[in-house]
Design a binder for this molecule. Structure first.
Ligand SMILES: Nc1ncnc2c1ncn2[C@@H]1O[C@H](COP(=O)(O)OP(=O)(O)O)[C@@H](O)[C@H]1O
Ligand SMILES: C[C@H](O)[C@H](O)[C@@H](O)C(=O)COP(=O)(O)O
Ligand SMILES: [Mg+2]
Length: 474
């Protein structure tokens, strides 16, 4: 058994601690802890319970020891864009407000009064999502300027957890790019943008790339756990870690399928051409300064909310079964309409959209679920057409990674809609990408190329082909 690394992967709907190590030439995973993540309402904002999440991280470290594991290192990845501001005493100045909070409504348009959309895109290469960090900071500047004046440290969510673990402050590159404040070419904070927006530059920390050793545990945590660990920086943007786990990325379009569906490719250069801007694609930072050329699609957030609206009486698997039994229903919605970003009631919002577009209104749970899955497949097809237009290349393979890879109906829908080969898995791609980056830093793995070979050999993926192609083959 090789050196063991502990990945902390916290997405918008769930978190998990997974230990990983090399054994008999393959990557072995041991799930140590899993917990729910969800939005909480605090001080009239939608927020993340970062205190609760940090307690879950500590619980997971205790459990890893109880399972006889003694990890050499720990690495944290989470969702993007959100942050905490600390004052001169290193105390939080704000709650960890979530990207779905309406505080950024209208802020993008406000920023465009100072910096044009085209300029922002040409320098950062980042997609225009109303909740990007730049707009969150601008909303604070507008509503509570004194907070930005007092702020001494800007830490994104994984940076903040790293600070709580190690006492060290840094901004990690892949996640920093999601702020739309990092220059795609210098890979540094774009000080000209910050000056133009009059956002104080001093609070930003030095940007470090993945595969960096940040430090070790605070001494009080060593005393609590009974052992020390290196605190390493994987790709702390969860999607950055997930994409590392796409074994044959050159010829593949990936769909990182979780709360969001992140669909795209991987390049060694940013694509900031007008067509990429028009189609709203992003160039988020990847490992080895690669670029994740992708776009956000509303994703399985919609079925998460449908599940919640039905008071969790159905599991995700049961909603898929009910959708499979609703072949008669074929209504579809535009999943990327902002109306689905945070509706009061997702089912009612879907029903309203169908009524407005003169479609049969989904009434039964299976019809609502099928509407979500059919609509996601249509949105994936649109994005794939755009990707192939920009790349001037056809892709034959789609790799669905993340929890959504368990949705076999959606995997089949993707194959039927796109007529491409769909490979589903690994489910825990994000944690795998996190772990292999740590093992590279520890010297267990040589580089991303070796890591991807090992991932391909270590994890089963299930293949889906279009039904009409299966009939041809049979
Ligand atoms: N057994 C299952 N069958 C179908 N879909 C599933 C199953 N388990 C999980 N999922 C899907 O996976 C999603 C969660 O994926 P995950 O990658 O864990 O999300 P995140 O990292 O955003 O929290 C759920 O919203 C659900 O739609
Ligand atoms: C708000 C961001 O676009 C979002 O975090 C996305 O980048 C992402 O990483 C989503 O990950 P999930 O695991 O929460 O789907
Ligand atoms: Mg995730």
């Amino acid at each position: 058994m090789g050196k063991c690394s502990l990945a902390v992967d916290i997405g918008a709907s769930s978190g998990r601690l997974i230990a990983g190590y090399m054994k008999n030439g393959k990557l072995q995973l041991d799930e140590v802890h899993r917990f729910e993540n969800k939005l909480v309402e605090k001080n009239n904002h939608f927020c993340w319970d970062v205190e609760g999440l940090f307690s879950e991280i500590k619980e997971g470290i205790h459990l890893s020891l109880k399972q006889g594991l003694k990890p050499e290192s720990i690495g944290i990845d989470t969702w993007a864009v959100d942050f905490v501001l600390l004052d001169e005493y290193d105390q939080p100045l704000t709650d960890a407000v979530a990207y779905r909070d309406p505080r950024t409504d209208g802020m993008m348009e406000e920023v465009f009064k100072t910096i044009s959309k085209e300029r922002l895109y040409l320098e950062t290469g980042i997609q225009f999502q109303k909740f990007n960090t730049i707009y969150q900071l601008y909303s604070i500047k507008k509503s509570n300027p004194e907070i930005l004046e007092k702020a001494k440290s800007f830490l994104m969510i994984p940076d903040y957890f790293n600070y709580l673990l190690s006492g060290k402050k840094a901004n990690e590159y892949t996640n920093a790019t999601s702020t739309q404040l990092v220059n795609a070419f210098t890979k540094k904070w774009d000080e000209e943008l910050l000056d133009q927006l009059a956002i104080n530059k001093e609070m930003f920390q030095e940007i470090h790339p993945p595969n960096t050793e940040l430090g070790s545990l605070r001494k009080e945590l060593v005393a609590e756990f009974g052992f020390d660990m290196k605190v390493l920086l994987p790709a702390t943007h969860d999607t950055g870690s997930a994409v590392i786990a796409v074994p044959e990325v050159e010829d593949t379009i990936y769909i990182s399928s979780g709360t969001w569906s992140l669909i795209g490719g991987e390049n060694t250069f940013p694509i900031c051409v007008t067509k990429a801007l028009d189609y709203n694609f992003t160039n988020e930072g990847g490992i080895d300064y690669r670029f994740r050329f992708l776009k956000n699609i509303m994703g399985l957030w919609m079925i998460q909310e449908v599940k919640r609206n039905y008071q969790d009486q159905f599991s995700f698997a049961e909603l898929v079964d009910l959708a499979n039994e609703s072949e008669h229903y074929d209504g579809k919605v535009n999943v990327d309409d902002d109306r689905f970003l945070k509706p009061d009631n997702m089912i009612e919002e879907i029903q309203k959209h169908c009524m407005e577009t003169n479609q049969q209104i989904p009434k039964k749970p299976g019809e609502v679920a099928k509407c979500v899955f059919d609509s996601l497949a249509v949105s994936y097809q649109t994005a794939i057409n755009q990707i192939e237009e920009i790349y001037e290349k056809k892709f034959d393979r789609i790799n669905v990674i993340g929890g959504g890879a368990q949705n076999e109906m959606l995997n089949q829908l993707i194959a039927d809609t796109t007529k491409k080969q769909v490979f589903a898995g690994p489910i825990e791609a994000t944690a795998i990408g996190n772990i292999v980056a740590q093992l590279m830093t520890l010297g267990e793995l040589k580089d991303i190329y070796q890591a991807r070979i090992i991932i391909k050999e270590s994890f089963y993926v299930k293949k889906f082909v279009a039904k009409d192609k299966m009939e041809e083959l049979s």
